[in-house]
Design a protein around this ligand. Structure first.
Ligand SMILES: Cc1cc2nc3c(=O)[nH]c(=O)nc-3n(C[C@H](O)[C@H](O)[C@H](O)COP(=O)(O)O)c2cc1C
Length: 547
């Protein structure tokens, strides 16, 4: 299949729209069909405006009297099976040079008056060449928050050229975001859908699901417009130019998701150490504002060279790695940083709902995995420890039942390797107890096994607690956060040691008259350990952040 892509943006390959067109083309290539492409950039072609002399209709039929690059464009239009028109919206229409190119297609039609198939009722001219079977795709970005209502002129133009419904459109608002690295995550997600559309186009047509994803705004209108206003870098009141650092801070503030407001205002102070500037972003219920003076007491202060923070925002360096390398410091409440992706859109978590299927930039569908639950791992053990020490037969039977029922009760949760291993181990201990094994030995042995499982996992790639605590930290992406992993490794080891020691006193207590209470006795230390875990999870990253 021969595909011609006409780039009508004066920006050439720096065009926002070009990114969409290239993603669409990449999707088409993935269809498996042999594809031959040719690109024409209007800004590199010498195409003069039509003179309106009609010599291409009468004196030299099919031949324009102007000798410029339009001849090769017509050749290519006749060559292509699919033509992709890629351009920005200019004044609700196509850019001027592209309009020249469109006008200069006059030699491609005959002068006679004909019907246009009754579609527009406006009259038409018959094609000079056989254009049957040729297909058209129109891809465009525009600067306003939505494409809706902006493309009436463009659609009317292509309705007349191709016939209503005879071409495919892909129009996208907020086009300028495609050149901004700090919202790359969201634009890449969108480009993933464009790529998918390219693939689907080749196999029968773009599906309703993909079209719906493409018609979603990149960001909510308010976020985009605040961001866009900030990007011009001039003060709204004075019209004076602002510092690059302030523009950057304002753009960051614009990405605040007010639905993440925690019930009280937060003050994020950005202290840029290399340029000696500081600003505050106040995160309020109704939105955010940037302070340049009259500062408030800061909830969280980030002390960073602006170069480092820019690189983090652009996804060029990993924020938590940079933190561990002390490239920046955080003072005050560390929670804001831990939940950064919830507070600011497009930087990590995107506007896309978590449970939805989203294509990654390569166009592959990615289904976010279900949450895990530590209860699936813990309940069978707890039932066995407590139950078997009270009554060896009924307690062991109860723990066997727990092994079967818990996965059913938690059917919505993803099961980890440790959940399965635990169910297997508890089953073995319960069966041993049912067969008459000594409770005084089997219960401490179960604690010891539990302790070994935790301690050994500490030396594995993903420590045990990380499988579960990642639910609170943006799912599996937390696993690539070195600070999160280190915190969890320490915690897993602490819990592992506790359970390696527990069998010692358990053995002795089981030999006394209060052996039946061992389940209750042995829950005191884990309760304290739970409190320690909750504290440590916040304290340790904050300690690293303070440098
Ligand atoms: C002269 C001019 C006119 C524009 N007119 C519109 C317009 O009518 N509606 C709109 O939403 N955006 C308008 N824009 C914004 C562009 O469509 C937008 O920035 C687009 O993403 C640029 O795409 P490109 O990088 O592919 O050239 C205009 C931009 C320029 C420079």
């Amino acid at each position: 299949m021969k595909i011609l892509v006409i780039n009508g943006s004066p920006r050439g390959k720096q065009s926002n729209t070009w990114q969409l067109s290239m993603s669409f083309l990449a999707g088409m290539r993935e269809s498996g069909e042999t594809i031959e492409t040719h690109e024409l950039s209007v800004n590199r072609l010498d195409i003069h405006p039509c003179l309106g002399c009609f010599s291409c209709w009468s004196k030299t039929p099919g031949q324009c009297c102007i000798a410029d690059d339009m001849g090769q464009v017509i050749e290519r239009l006749l060559w292509a099976d699919v033509t992709i028109w890629s351009f920005p919206l200019y004044y609700f229409s196509v850019p001027g040079p592209l309009k020249n190119l469109i006008d200069r297609q006059l030699p491609m039609v005959l002068p006679f008056m004909t019907e246009d198939g009754g579609e527009t009722g406006s009259g038409s001219h018959p094609a000079r060449y056989d254009m049957s079977g040729k297909r058209t795709v129109v891809i465009s970005t525009c600067g306003f928050h939505t494409a809706e209502g902006n493309y009436d002129g463009v659609c009317s133009l292509f309705d007349h050229i191709c016939g209503k419904g005879n071409y495919t459109t892909l129009f996208c608002g907020q086009g300028e975001l495609f050149r901004m690295s700090d919202v790359k995550q969201r634009t890449d997600e969108y480009l993933g859908y464009v790529r998918q559309a390219g693939r689907e186009y080749m196999s029968g047509g773009i599906t309703g699901e993909t079209s719906a994803a493409l018609s979603q705004s990149l960001f909510p209108r308010k976020v985009f417009e605040t961001w866009a206003d900030a990007s011009w870098g001039v003060d709204k009141d004075s019209g004076e130019r602002e510092s690059d650092t302030l523009i950057f801070t304002r753009q960051m503030a614009a990405l605040y998701r007010q639905e993440s407001w925690p019930g009280h205002d937060l003050v994020l102070e950005m202290a840029y150490t290399d340029v000696n500037e500081r600003y505050q972003i106040v995160l309020e219920k109704t939105g955010s504002r940037t302070l340049t003076d009259d500062f408030l007491p800061a909830t969280t202060t980030i002390k960073t060279p602006v170069t480092v923070w820019r690189a983090i925002a652009a996804g060029e360096i990993n924020g938590s790695e940079a933190l561990m390398q002390h490239q920046y410091r955080v003072d005050g409440d560390f929670d804001l940083l831990l939940n950064w992706d919830n507070y600011f859109a497009g930087t990590g978590n995107t506007a896309a709902p978590k449970e939805e299927k989203t294509p990654d930039p390569s166009g592959e569908l990615h289904v976010p995995s279900k949450a895990t639950s530590l209860n699936i791992l813990l309940i069978p053990w707890i039932v066995f420890w407590a139950g078997a020490s009270i009554h060896s037969f009924w307690g062991s039977l109860a723990s066997l039942a727990a092994c079967v029922l818990v996965p059913l009760v938690f059917y919505r949760n993803r099961k980890t390797f440790y959940d399965v291993l635990s169910a297997g181990l508890v089953t073995c201990f319960s069966v041993a107890a049912l067969l008459g094994a000594s409770i005084r030995w089997i219960v401490p042995l179960a604690y010891l096994t539990f302790g070994i499982m935790w301690t050994v996992s500490c030396f594995c790639k993903i420590p045990l607690t990380a499988h579960y605590s990642m639910n609170d930290y943006d799912g599996e992406s937390a696993l690539s956060n070195p600070l999160f992993m280190k915190t969890n490794r320490i915690l897993t080891l602490a819990w592992g040691i506790l359970y390696l020691l527990t069998p010692i006193w358990t053995y002795f207590i089981l030999g006394t008259g209060i052996g039946g209470w061992i389940g209750a006795i042995n829950s005191i230390l884990p309760l304290l350990m739970g409190a320690f875990t909750a504290w440590f999870q916040k304290w340790y990253p904050a300690r690293v952040a303070r440098g």
